[in-house]
Design a protein around this ligand. Structure first.
Ligand SMILES: [Zn+2]
Length: 500
C-alpha cells in the first residue's frame, strides 16, 4: 500500500506516468497534486478490495466421530459455496488424528474450486506430501481444461509431515457398482477395507435439488451385497456435495465450452472422495487406497477420476492408486461373472445413481431402478457375460429389453461422450457374448451389433434439464457472476429449483 503521508516524489512521478490522462484532465480542472493523490489512493484501495479473492479455514473441530471444518470466503470465490461448514462423519472416533490429516478431506473438496477462481486459500496446518501432490493435480486439471485458468495458491502457517507408524493395510472406495466390484475382486487377496461414501446434508431445510450423487449405498445393501466373502465395510457421511455451489461450477465449465458441464464428475470426484478417506487411512494404517477406474485409455475424456489425477494423490503414509484402467466396463463384467461362478453366487450389484428414476418408481437407497440408461446397460452387460441380472441386484421383465431399444431409437436416452463410449464397449463385446440367459436380450444384442452407436442422438450436456439449456442459450452465467452475493442467495431462496 502507499498511504499519502509516505508518498515520495518518485512515487508521485510514477503515478503521473501511469495515469497521464487523469492527471491532465484534473489539471485542466485546477485540481492540485494532493487531490490527484487522494483520488489515486481511493482507486488503488477500490481495486484492492475488488481483487480480494480468498478462502480462510477458520476452525477445524472434532467431536468424537464428526469432523467440522469452518471457513470464510471473500471475493469472487464466495459465490461458489452454499455453506461455510464442511462436515465428515466417520464410523469411529477421529479425535486422535493430527490436524494436518484432518484438513485433507476439506482441502481435497475445495482446492479445485479455489484454483479455478485463482483464489488464495489460508490454512493453519497442512500435510507436506498432500500439499505437493495438489500442485501436480492442478497441472493435470489445467491440461484437461485449457479453457479455464487453474491458478491461486494454498498458504499454510505450518507445513508438516505427521508421524505415521508402518503402514501395510489396503483400502478401496466401494460404491457397489461394476467398477468398484472389479477392484475388490482384483485385490481381494490384500483384504482391503471397503469404504462407501454417503452424501448427507446435515443442517438447513433448504435442500438444493440434487442432480449429482456420490454412491447409492446403504448399510442394508452392504449387508446383502456379499455372499460367503465378508470384507470390512466402512461408511463415511459427508456434506461435500452440498458445500460447493455445484450448479455455478457446472455453469463455469459450460461457459468455458466444456462438453460435460458437470463439475462433480469432470473435476471433483477423484480427489474429493479419496481425500475424504485420509483420516481413516491414518487410523487403519493404510499405505494404499484404491479408486476404481471408469474408463480406459482410449476414452480420451477429461474426467475427475483419471490415472493422471488419482495416481498423484498422496499424503504422509498413504498413496492413491487408480485401479483397473486397462479394463473396459464389459471386461470388468466378465471378471465379475467369473467371480460369481467361482466364489460368490450371491453377489449384488448396485449401479443406479438416477435419483429421479428411483423416486419415480419408489425405489430406496441401495437398490437399482432397472429403468435408467446405466441400469439398462449393466443389465445388458451381465447378459453378455452369461449372468442372469435378476439374481444379482436387478429385476427384468418381458418389456425390459424392448424398452431399451425404444429408448435408444427414439432418442429418450441422449448420450454424452461417456455413455456413447460405454455402448460402443457393449457392442464390441456382443460378438464374444457368453450364453445369454434371456431370449429377449439375445434379440437386442443382435440388433445392437448392427447399429451405428456413434451416430446415436447426443446431448451436449450431461444434465439435460431446462435450466442448463436456458442458461446456456441466454448466456446467463456472466450475469450470475456479476450479481452481488446477497442477491444470488435471495434468488436461490425464491427460485431454489432453478439455481441449484
Ligand atoms: Zn437406474
Amino acid at each position: 500500500m502507499f498511504p499519502l503521508s509516505q508518498t515520495t516524489c518518485q512515487q508521485q512521478e510514477h503515478l503521473s506516468k501511469s495515469r497521464p490522462r487523469l492527471i491532465l484532465h484534473l489539471r485542466a480542472r485546477s485540481f492540485d497534486r494532493n487531490n490527484v493523490l487522494i483520488l489515486e489512493s481511493i482507486l488503488y484501495f477500490c481495486k484492492k478490495a475488488i481483487a480480494v479473492n480468498e478462502l480462510t479455514v477458520s476452525k477445524v473441530e472434532v467431536a468424537d466421530s464428526r469432523l467440522t471444518v469452518s471457513f470464510d470466503c471473500k471475493g469472487r470465490i464466495k459465490k461458489f459455496f452454499y455453506d461455510n461448514k464442511f462436515i465428515a462423519e466417520y464410523d469411529t472416533s477421529v479425535e486422535e488424528i493430527p490436524e494436518a490429516t484432518l484438513v485433507i478431506p476439506f482441502l481435497a473438496t475445495i482446492a479445485p474450486i479455489a484454483w479455478v477462481n485463482q483464489a488464495e486459500v489460508f490454512v493453519e496446518t497442512v500435510d507436506e506430501t498432500f500439499l505437493s501432490s495438489l500442485d501436480h493435480i492442478r497441472e493435470t486439471l489445467q491440461k484437461f481444461y485449457p479453457q479455464l485458468k487453474f491458478g491461486g495458491k494454498i498458504q499454510a502457517e505450518k507445513i508438516v509431515s505427521p508421524h505415521v507408524n508402518t503402514r501395510t493395510r489396503r483400502m478401496a472406495l466401494f460404491s457397489g457398482g461394476v467398477d468398484s466390484w472389479a477392484t475388490f475382486i482384483r485385490h481381494q487377496d490384500e483384504n482391503p477395507i471397503l469404504v462407501s461414501v454417503q452424501d448427507v446434508r446435515f443442517t438447513a431445510p433448504n435442500r438444493p435439488s440434487r442432480y449429482h450423487d456420490l454412491m447409492n449405498v446403504s448399510s442394508d445393501y452392504l449387508k446383502r451385497a456379499f455372499g460367503s466373502v465378508k470384507p470390512e465395510n466402512r461408511i463415511i457421511r459427508s456434506n461435500l456435495e452440498y458445500v460447493p455451489r455445484l450448479f455455478m461450477l457446472d455453469m463455469l465449465l459450460i461457459s468455458a465450452k466444456e462438453i460435460s458441464g458437470n463439475w462433480y464428475q469432470g473435476v471433483m470426484h477423484g480427489l474429493a472422495l479419496t481425500g475424504l478417506c485420509a483420516p481413516l487411512t491414518y487410523l487403519e494404517k493404510v499405505d494404499k487406497l484404491y479408486i476404481a477406474s471408469s474408463f480406459t485409455a482410449d476414452a480420451q475424456l477429461p474426467w475427475g477420476s483419471h490415472p493422471e489425477i488419482d495416481n498423484k494423490i498422496e499424503w504422509t503414509g498413504t498413496r492413491v492408486e487408480h485401479d483397473g484402467y486397462e479394463l473396459s466396463r464389459q471386461d470388468k463384467l466378465f471378471l465379475i461373472a467369473d467371480y460369481i461362478m467361482r466364489k460368490d453366487s450371491k453377489l449384488q450389484i448396485c449401479t443406479c445413481i438416477d435419483n429421479l428414476a428411483r423416486k419415480r418408481f419408489n425405489i430406496g437407497v441401495g437398490k437399482n431402478c432397472n429403468q435408467c440408461e446405466k441400469c439398462s446397460r449393466t443389465i445388458l452387460g451381465l447378459e453378455i457375460a452369461g449372468i442372469d441380472p435378476n439374481e444379482h441386484g436387478f429385476s427384468t421383465d418381458a418389456q425390459t429389453f424392448s424398452r431399451m431399444r425404444k429408448n435408444i431409437e427414439d432418442g429418450t436416452w441422449r448420450f454424452g461422450d461417456d455413455e456413447r463410449y460405454m455402448w460402443i464397449d457393449l457392442q464390441k463385446h456382443a460378438s464374444n457374448a457368453r450364453e445369454i440367459p434371456h431370449y429377449e436380450a439375445r434379440i437386442l444384442i443382435e440388433w445392437l451389433r448392427k447399429i451405428d452407436v456413434k451416430s446415436l442422438k447426443s446431448s451436449a450436456y450431461r444434465n439435460k434439464s431446462l435450466r442448463y439449456r436456458f442458461i446456456r442459450k441466454t448466456r446467463l452465467f456472466p450475469l450470475l457472476m456479476a450479481l452481488p452475493y446477497p442477491i444470488l442467495q435471495l434468488m436461490r431462496k425464491f427460485f431454489g429449483a432453478v439455481f441449484g
